[in-house]
Design a protein around this ligand. Structure first.
Ligand code: HEM
Length: 242
């Protein structure tokens, strides 16, 4: 095939561009009456690889996972629970902080309102906020392969205290928490939301009312992943959903 000089230059330019990581994003819209309510996950291959070669006895993965929660602003809060039950789950709650921003409140706790858990290593990524009339939270979690260190105390959000033992072991596994396999094909998650006016609160311990609707879901994490090239590192603010 004969290429003109221009075509040849175009081809060369394309070849020189770094490969774009195409993320496999697993998304569930669990409530058919509200399709704008969605939960997504993707996991870098570096994370999964760590777990396979992990020398830890519990076989738990290490490295970040990325989550995306979206919901219409007719919801006061929406939430994703990671794990099999309320008592051990890592709970991500999202509500409006202002007309343009959202609050991500990581919580734990089994009875009634979960409490803010400061041991959650989570970041709200650039791209989150109130976008086109939807609350959008794009999240990196650095310690989501097991339950976050347990809270002790009375369970109110103001005086949450991290148990020293839980913090020392990293997260989960030790005291009856869940452990999630990065390549698990039947991982347990659940979700809930409450309808209502925007909370407009930047307080991660904000008082929340009980869910109107809740449910469970099972995710095949093999459907969630993206490649990080050999020798490359994920930048701090990298957002696979962008
Ligand atoms: C915000 C304040 C909350 C209150 C006051 C509250 C209260 C309750 C109560 C009283 C129950 C038992 C009755 C029932 O099954 O309906 C319950 C169950 C449940 N809640 Fe909540 N909840 C809250 C937040 C959440 C959040 C953020 C989630 C996360 C997705 C959640 C997930 C569940 C699930 C899955 C159940 C059923 C299983 C279980 O009882 O462990 N809740 N909640």
């Amino acid at each position: 095939m004969h290429l003109t000089r221009k075509q040849w230059l175009q081809a060369l330019t394309l070849a020189l561009l770094p490969a774009q990581p195409t993320a496999k994003i697993l998304t569930t819209a669990p409530d058919p009456t509200i399709p704008a309510l969605t939960y997504s996950i993707t996991i870098p291959n570096t994370t999964s690889a760590n777990s396979a070669s992990s020398s830890g006895a519990d076989g738990k993965g290490s490295g970040p996972i990325y989550l995306r929660l979206t919901a219409p602003t007719t919801m006061q809060w929406l939430s994703l629970g990671q794990g099999p039950d309320m008592a051990t789950a890592n709970i991500f709650i999202v509500y409006a902080a202002s007309a343009t921003t959202v609050t991500l409140s990581p919580r734990s706790g089994g009875q009634g309102q979960p409490s803010y858990n400061p041991a959650a290593n989570v970041t709200l990524l650039e791209g989150s906020g109130i976008v086109d009339g939807r609350m959008v939270a794009e999240v990196r979690c650095e310690n989501c392969w097991g339950s976050w260190p347990a809270l002790s105390g009375s369970g109110t959000s103001g005086d949450a205290v991290v148990e020293a033992g839980g913090a020392a072991t990293g997260a989960g596994g030790g005291s009856g928490g869940f452990v999630m396999d990065p390549t698990g094909n039947e991982t347990a998650w659940f979700w809930a939301y409450q309808l209502g006016a925007p909370l407009d609160s930047a307080d991660v311990g904000a008082e929340l009312g009980m869910h109107d609707v809740k449910g469970e879901m099972v995710w095949d994490l093999r459907e969630a992943g993206f490649e990080v090239g050999a020798g490359e590192e994920l930048e701090e603010g990298f957002n696979p959903f962008a």
